[in-house]
Ligand binder design. Structure first.
Ligand code: F6R
Length: 242
């Protein structure tokens, strides 16, 4: 695991954007795994800037998002479909058929999980997977104590995750109780992983993920076993590392 430090959120976002942009420049038809949440917003902003400067062309890229809330249609204001549209897709020219996000409103959620896993496989797997980090150490929506060997599956969200994500909804009661998420097995199959963490509330989880034992109690710790994982942390998130 490679740990890269950044002085603050903006520098973390810029460093991450250079890593993602270099993948796309070297392989314009690469498969990117995307995350949502607050952490990668700055990364998307920087990638849009690079696109607008004409430095990176995303039109050949295929994308797979990590997760989506069960029960939310793509048009729902809190869906990850909407998030991706708002922060990235509407600015760059990735054809819609090359973008993939699990359908939280699928009539058969188990079948949707299988379909999604198969779609990742058919695309040849993910070249570079972007990850954020939950305060409890989750990646995707793989909460503590998940089995490492799972593919895309339905997850019951931990109370702490519901509470953390309530800021995006009118109230905690409106946060869906479950989500479709790539599993740890899916994530670990990506050829490269890029985990971003910013802010003091991530410091404990970063310490566990980087220095602690590899355990399902802290799902991000599994990154230690990946042959090509990079973690970019800002000074606040790295405060318990050195
Ligand atoms: C989002 C995702 C989650 C978030 C994590 C951190 O697609 O999979 O694991 O990355 O909950 O969220 P933020 O960045 O909002 O702190």
């Amino acid at each position: 695991m490679r740990v890269v430090t950044a002085r603050d959120y903006d520098q973390m976002s810029r460093k991450a954007s250079y890593i993602v942009a270099s993948r796309v420049i070297l392989n314009p038809r690469c498969v990117l795994g995307l995350a949502t949440g607050d952490t990668p917003k700055g990364l998307y902003r920087e990638l849009v800037r690079l696109h607008q400067a004409g430095d990176v062309d995303f039109s050949g890229v295929t994308t797979f998002n990590l997760d989506e809330y069960v029960g939310l249609a793509p048009e729902h204001p809190n869906s990850y479909h909407r998030y991706m549209e708002e922060h990235f897709f509407r600015f760059v020219s990735i054809p819609p058929e090359q973008r993939h996000i699990p359908r939280g409103d699928a009539p058969d959620i188990a079948a949707e999980c299988e379909r999604y896993e198969e779609a990742v496989r058919r695309a040849g797997g993910v070249d570079l997977q972007i990850l954020g980090l939950g305060r409890d150490g989750h990646i995707g929506f793989n909460e503590p104590d998940v089995k490492f060997e799972k593919g895309t599956h339905v997850v019951r969200l931990a109370p702490s995750t519901i509470e953390a994500n309530a800021r995006f909804f009118a109230s905690a009661g409106e946060v869906p109780q479950s989500a479709i998420s790539m599993g740890i097995k899916t994530i670990m199959s990506a050829r490269r992983l890029l985990l971003l963490a910013s802010g003091p509330e991530k410091a404990e989880a970063i310490r566990g993920a980087v220095l602690g034992a590899v355990t399902p109690d802290l799902p991000a710790s599994v990154l230690q076993l990946h042959p090509n994982a990079t973690v970019i942390v800002d000074d606040d998130a790295a405060s318990l590392l050195f």
